[in-house]
Design a protein around this ligand. Structure first.
Ligand SMILES: NC(=O)c1ccc[n+]([C@@H]2O[C@H](COP(=O)([O-])OP(=O)(O)OC[C@H]3O[C@@H](n4cnc5c(N)ncnc54)[C@H](O)[C@@H]3O)[C@@H](O)[C@H]2O)c1
Length: 243
């Protein structure tokens, strides 16, 4: 699958590893210049996938604003923002969650998406062009037992994207989500074996989603060709989600 992203200037959050790193590599292969954001960007400073990278905490308003200004200076403009940074949180029943654990998941997975996309949207509106792509999860559509905070945050970003998409119209700035099923990344370290086995068993195709399959869908949603679709959720679940 290939889309022309030649000369596009793209920010990917949570880019130091996992799905974010795979997305960044795909964009670079398609001719884009990528600025990678992560809590600690040291692991990607020398990675050829990145034209620029910066350390940022997406839960912190000042940190996000500074990072956006740095990326803009380095890239010259920003045509695409992929809000991918996320955490799973502890895998346990909702009633065993402390308020601090709940707040942390919502801070990264919901507020982090709000702050990251908000930083880019003014610039995109001025230029009347932009693609905001949010990495949500099937958990936001169906809920995942033992990850209620995660499901709540991911459902939250889907609702956020649908509202923002309409606020932005009429314009050429679109907002879409990609909702993958379980994928082998370092996020597995936040999950126990029973949780991982249960999530895999729910996928009719009987296997984990690959990071490349997610990057394909993100590349489409980030491309100029995705021009008449906004406020939608692209499914990457091997048939798990039925809507
Ligand atoms: N792995 C899966 O099964 C799966 C399934 C569906 C959706 N997702 C979503 O995909 C996205 C990427 O997940 P992944 O599996 O690659 O996880 P990962 O843990 O491998 O990578 C997440 C990245 O986000 C960064 N990050 C975390 N908190 C941050 C913060 N406050 N500020 C900046 N960066 C921060 C981490 O440092 C890390 O580099 C997440 O939004 C996740 O919810 C993952």
């Amino acid at each position: 699958m290939s889309f022309d992203l030649e000369n596009h200037r793209i920010i990917v959050t949570g880019a130091a590893r996992g799905i974010g790193l795979t997305i960044a590599r795909r964009f670079t292969a398609l001719g884009a210049q990528v600025s990678g954001w992560d809590l600690d960007c040291a692991p990607i400073v020398a990675d050829p996938a990145f034209a620029h990278c910066t350390s940022v905490d997406v839960t912190n308003e000042t940190s996000v604003e500074q990072a956006f200004n740095e990326s803009l200076k380095a890239l010259g403009s920003v045509t695409v923002m992929v809000a991918n940074a996320g955490i799973n949180g502890p895998t346990k029943a909702a009633w065993d969650y402390t308020l601090a654990e709940w707040n942390q998941v919502l801070a990264v997975d919901l507020t982090g998406v709000f702050l990251s996309t908000r930083a880019a949207v003014g610039h995109m509106r001025e230029r009347d062009y932009g693609r905001l792509v949010i990495v949500a999860s099937v958990a936001g559509k169906e809920g995942n037992p033992s990850a209620c905070a995660y499901g709540a945050a991911k459902a939250g970003v889907i609702g956020y994207a649908k509202g923002l998409a309409r606020e932005l119209q009429p314009s050429n700035v679109t907002v879409n989500c990609v909702a993958p099923a379980i994928t082998e990344t370092d996020l597995f370290q936040e999950m126990d074996e029973a949780y991982i086995a249960d999530k895999k068993s729910r996928i009719p195709m009987g296997r984990f989603c690959s990071q490349e399959e997610i990057a394909d869908m993100v590349a489409w949603a980030a491309s100029p060709r995705c021009s008449f679709t906004t406020g939608q959720v692209f499914d990457v679940t091997g048939g798990r989600a039925t809507y």
